[in-house]
Design a protein around this ligand. Sequence first.
Ligand code: NAD
Length: 501
Amino acid sequence: MTGNSQSTPPVGSKDTPPRIARNYIDGRFLDAGTPFPNLSPVDGRLVGQVLAADASMVDAAVSAARAAVDGDWGKMAPSERFRLLRAVADGIEQRFDDFVAAEMADTGKSLVQARTIDIPRGAANFRAFAELAQARAGECFHTHTADGQRALNYTVHRPLGVVAVISPWNLPLLLLTWKVAPALASGNAVIAKPSEETPSTATLLAEVIDRVGLPPGAFNLLHGGGPGATGEFLCTHPGIAGVSFTGESRTGSAIMKSAAPTVKKLCFELGGKNAALVFADSDLDAAAAGIARSAFTNGGQVCMCTERVYVERPVFEAFVEHVATHARALRLGWPAESDTDMGPMISAAHRDKVLGAYAQARADGAVFVCGGSAPHFGDSRDAGAWVEPTVITGLPQQAQALREEIFGPICHIAPFDTEDEAVALANDSDFGLAGVVWTSNLSRAHRVAERIQAGMVWVNCWYLRDLRTPFGGVKLSGFGREGGMHSLDFYAEPSTICIKL
Ligand code: NAD
């Protein structure tokens, strides 16, 4: 790890005036709302001001959305709806560099990551869900009852109505559009609330949607916080039929409470404490590189990141050193530099939480093989939210660092002796989002993958996604699935129509 790259300002910083992230309701950008600052986690500079929506603006957005569902948007021919969604994808691509700069400014993530993952996926989501919704078929049954009656039963899919989409800061545009696109494709009107940490690409998305010309109210954007603020106002609002939420498990629990009185439909993609199992028969070079990628990508701030690694005892010590070598080589740089491997944590508060977890692990007896503190740059980044990539060993399975999600660039590596023990260790968690198995034994790969209690298990790879497949968690990691038709299943309910013949 190096924390000493040359001082180069990131793209879209000094020469870009701070933006104002405004709310977008009923086809209009509003100057109303309570301003709060958006600070760069790279060096603490001001990125822009954000206008937080209050309860009356939530009411206005719900009314506008309802009117859209009952009016032009709800009555629009599906083929026209899909055309508009494809135009949104085109619009994102036309402003690709603006989106990249905005995502980097809010998060400090690298240019490479924003250009190759976040923004292309944001555009692709609109195209993919327009196509999937177009291809959606209902069910049809010819019915003959025992008493001789005949009927034709078939299903139609009805949108839920007005849905709220609440998203986190780690993959801002990607995760927001992963919900907004299938919700709109299914004919709902959407009220999107991005994380208060990352308002910028959502605001650009509203600009693109405005220019494409969706009917007013079909898409609304509200900025602001969660508890006692915009997020909670949405989750308690009787005019909202469903909430699709990605974020922390504790927040999911709070949203369940808020949404219970009005019995909203919920889909929750929550936290993880993901395990990787490395068997001695695996390609250990590939496994070490894979573990480093799964622990440190986006600074460990991806729900699928691996924070617990279990390695078969004969190769344990060499493997720990191998992963630490990868960690030490990671370059913490300015977002715009092409050789930057890792950016900062999202905020000073999150950096303090991650460093607090490091301190707790140290107090619980962890051995720090590398990392363990904040880097020193000797330039303006010392005012940012940086943390070193960290590899630790030696903790008991009950230690806090092995039970709670840290969401930072850290993994703990422990040895195991048998396949059964490895599976038991992987499953010994309140979370169940993702798992990874590294082995060259084909039978073992199938056997172990099936036994891991998680919504997604990778074998000899990580973060290799086919967006048509279901993704989601079990236990504290949530419920409901996103991806392909599974997303569309959330945003529309089938109704059965029975015609007597
Ligand atoms: P968070 O739960 O703090 O916030 C997520 C969103 O919820 C934000 O928009 C926030 O304003 C809003 N919110 C917070 N409290 C709320 C409340 N009481 N009512 C309504 N809205 C509320 O999560 P975060 O810190 O932004 O994101 C990190 C978390 O997200 C991690 O736990 C990570 O594992 C999880 N995550 C999960 C997935 C997945 O697919 N399972 C993907 C990405 C991130």
